[in-house]
Write a protein that binds this ligand. Structure first.
Ligand SMILES: O=CC(=O)O
Length: 327
């Protein structure tokens, strides 16, 4: 659906993060909004904001660029009333501080859920059936000379533990039911209408599953939720898939356990200190690595731009936001 232009006025919007999905598709915002881009200036960020952004009311941010929307930044933006993030997760925003300052937040909501769920299943099949490892084996010319390519593991019938049964987790469950898997989940409270087994304790979930799929958001409660004890409970044939946030897993412990064979394998789209990846992971054939792209498809990015435009239009027209982040 095309966004209707409400007025001829060109609203200024600060793009806080360095060149991103928003700036690569800037032409779609033109005639409606004018981007203010700090990185085009030689001034340090805060100085740029003090000199140029005093009247800016809205800004766009993307996660994963190491730039948290800190109090120091907000202090330089006295007129800011609206932040749009290009993400479903909001762990890069200081939500409490934004709330305190009366700044509204719009986010991607459920826009990416199906794509992320597809990726989780893709990573799981890859880890279990050695898809990427097989690709390396063939490309390296080893097929004709070596007959010992490792056996994969069957997906059908696997006991899947979903950590965080929100929209993404539910989409993962739906897909894996189709593969004949048995689904359980961990969340604070049991969901009344859900047919899957509920474990309020992630350790118990791991004890009763072959695979853990991390779909939750990163909060102080979920940081390092998947720790050594949970990995030991998952066991030597256990597989971990992470499409949530890197820091939900104790990454150092996981790498140690992957090397020692204490868990079987992992499929990882997110990392604790991304885009910095621990080098030990590069040598592990039982790990599939992905550069935090579970959310990004051509279709999802088109949807994201449309959503950002609709949210900006709603904000500047004093209408309800299309995808407000409400906690
Ligand atoms: O990880 C990506 C997102 O939070 O949208």
């Amino acid at each position: 659906m095309a966004v209707k232009i409400q007025s001829d006025e060109l609203h200024q919007v600060l793009v806080l993060s360095p060149p991103s999905v928003f700036t690569s598709l800037e032409s779609q915002f033109q005639n409606r909004f004018q981007f203010l881009k700090p990185w085009d200036s030689n001034l340090p960020l805060l100085q740029f904001l003090i000199s140029n952004a005093q009247s800016v009311r809205a800004c766009l941010v993307t996660p994963g660029d190491g730039l948290a929307v800190s109090s120091a930044i907000l202090d330089c933006l006295p007129s800011l009333k609206f932040v749009v993030t290009a993400s479903a997760g909001v762990d890069h925003l200081n939500v409490a501080e934004l709330r305190r300052r009366g700044v509204a937040i719009a986010y991607a909501g459920n826009l990416f859920s199906q794509d992320v769920a597809d990726m989780a299943v893709g990573l799981l099949i890859d880890v279990l059936r050695n898809v990427s490892a097989g690709d390396r084996f063939v490309r390296q010319g080893l097929w004709a000379t070596q007959m010992d390519f490792s056996l994969g593991l069957k997906l059908t019938g696997k006991r899947i533990g979903i950590v965080g049964l929100g929209k993404i987790g539910s989409e993962v469950a739906k897909r894996l039911e189709g593969f004949g898997c048995r689904i359980s989940y961990n969340s604070r409270t049991k969901k009344p209408l859900v047919p899957y087994s509920h474990y309020s304790n992630v350790h118990e979930l791991a004890t009763n599953c072959d695979v853990l799929i991390i779909c939750s958001s990163l909060t102080e409660e979920t940081r390092h939720l998947i720790n050594r004890e949970v990995m030991v409970a998952l066991g030597k044939d256990g597989v971990i898939i992470n499409v949530g946030r890197g820091a939900i897993i104790d990454e150092k412990a996981m790498i140690e356990y992957l090397i020692q064979g204490e868990i079987k394998g992992a499929g990882l789209d997110v990392f604790e200190d991304e885009p910095e990846i621990p080098k030990q992971l590069f040598n592990l054939d039982n790990v599939v690595l992905s550069p935090h792209v579970a959310v990004t498809t051509t279709e999802s990015i088109a949807g994201l731009i449309e959503l950002a435009l609709e949210n900006l239009e709603a904000f500047f027209s004093n209408k309800p936001l299309v995808s407000p982040f409400l906690d």
